[in-house]
Design a binder for this molecule. Structure first.
Ligand SMILES: *Cc1c(COP(=O)(O)O)cnc(C)c1O
Length: 390
């Protein structure tokens, strides 16, 4: 058997690798505090679970679902965008269902890139942007996100030659792994820049509802004219604790949605209609669960940030997302060495920053999707093991 050469450039998925290290330590009997993967530990709100139960019993939910999403789902997405962002979307041409936003994010590269074309992607970033580029023989071009720039990319620094061969620009605010947020001026600039250079602007808005202290993240589609050049990826995973259900949506540019549909209709056959019905309930039903869970995350965030600061870090609490992005202590030469030692000495699992790109080297990511007492215990263990910042 001779597998495709392009796979030689694709390492096993970041969390598949981390799971292996974790399993080995757990086998040795350790009680591992997992602050690694960003998978909500809070339950799906009960009224959404009930809607799913009911839909499963309804024989009308059987059979192949419509490729682009049920009319009810697409209309619910449009209504939610109107209510949340005051953005008008045509449910027929500007909304597409996704099997989780990861699926749509991966396939937009297939829809937009020819071999040798560049994708402009942030570094550090959600690993899918880079790997999906490589899977279609495109060239990922990293836009370093530096702390001194508030983790926003410097679009003016992109090489002219690269820009000519670039087809899409990815942004992700609130950001994974940095927890950074974008101001309106940046989004306006990204839209203007994408128009000027004939790029599809792709906005990954997975964390729009995970925000604190009154902060409300924006949709890029709030920028006038953005729908001509931009597509936004969103998902019910983080907002309603529905990572298991695999449902998300792409919205925006009708041209981009149509291109993505061509890829998808030839690969998948949509999402179980019962899950789409539950998603409709999630989007149109009561939204109180969001504020309640953000209050839980905010407390955990404070425990983590104050705990690390008591060990010598000087972190500011992130305004959104459930990630804390911090520098490794200077005595460690790489993120991996620090994370490995933290796992071995304290049985605390965090993610090495370089797993998200070269510019993530020297950082690590904590996910606050574990209970408050586990986070404070992780800090205690770090203190005992003298894993402090200097
Ligand atoms: C979690 C996450 C997603 C996608 O999640 P799905 O469950 O596939 O919808 C997309 N982008 C980022 C940055 C994420 O962290």
């Amino acid at each position: 058997m001779r597998k495709a050469k392009r796979l030689d450039n694709i390492p096993p998925y970041l969390f598949a690798r981390i799971d292996k290290a974790k399993t080995a330590i757990i086998k040795s009997g350790a009680d591992v505090i997992d602050l690694g993967v960003g998978d909500p530990d809070l339950p799906t709100p009960p009224h959404i679970v009930q809607a799913l139960h009911k839909a499963i019993d309804d024989p009308k939910t059987l059979g192949y679902p419509p490729y682009e999403g049920t009319t009810a789902f697409k209309e619910a997405v449009a209504a939610w965008y109107k209510k949340r962002f005051d953005v008008d979307l045509d449910p027929k041409s500007e909304v597409l269902s996704l099997i989780g936003s990861k699926e749509g994010i991966a396939h937009v590269f297939t829809a937009m890139l020819d071999p040798g074309d560049y994708s402009l992607i942030p570094d550090p970033c959600y690993p899918v942007y880079k790997m999906a580029t490589l899977l279609v023989d495109g060239i990922p071009y990293s836009l370093p996100l530096l702390e001194e720039n508030g983790f926003l990319p410097d679009l003016k620094a992109i090489d002219e030659k690269v820009l000519k061969k670039a087809k899409l620009l990815f942004i992700n605010y609130p950001g994974n792994p940095t927890g950074a947020v974008a101001h309106k001026g940046f989004l306006e600039y990204a839209v203007a820049f994408s128009r000027e250079h004939d790029l599809l602007l792709c906005s990954d808005l997975a964390y729009s509802e995970v925000a604190y202290d009154g902060y409300k993240p924006m949709s890029v589609l709030e920028v006038p004219g953005a729908r001509d050049v931009a597509i936004e990826f969103h998902s019910l995973s983080k907002t309603y604790n529905m990572t298991a259900h695999r449902i998300g949506m792409a919205v925006g540019s009708a041209q981009a949605i149509a291109a993505l549909s061509v890829v998808k209709t030839n690969i998948d056959s949509g999402i179980y209609k019962a899950i789409q019905a539950a998603a409709v309930t999630a989007l149109l039903g009561p939204q109180d669960s969001i504020a309640e869970q953000n209050a839980v995350y905010a407390r955990r965030r404070d425990v983590a940030v104050e705990g690390l600061n008591s060990l010598g870090w000087k972190l500011e609490a992130p305004k959104a997302s459930f990630y804390i992005w911090a520098r490794i202590p200077r005595i460690y030469s790489t993120s991996s060495i620090f994370c490995q030692e933290l796992l071995e000495k304290s049985h605390v699992l965090v993610v090495p920053g370089n797993g998200y790109g070269q510019a993530g080297e020297g950082y690590f990511r904590i996910s606050i999707t574990s209970p408050e007492n586990r986070i404070s215990e992780a800090i205690d263990r770090m203190k005992k093991a003298r894993m402090t910042f200097e």
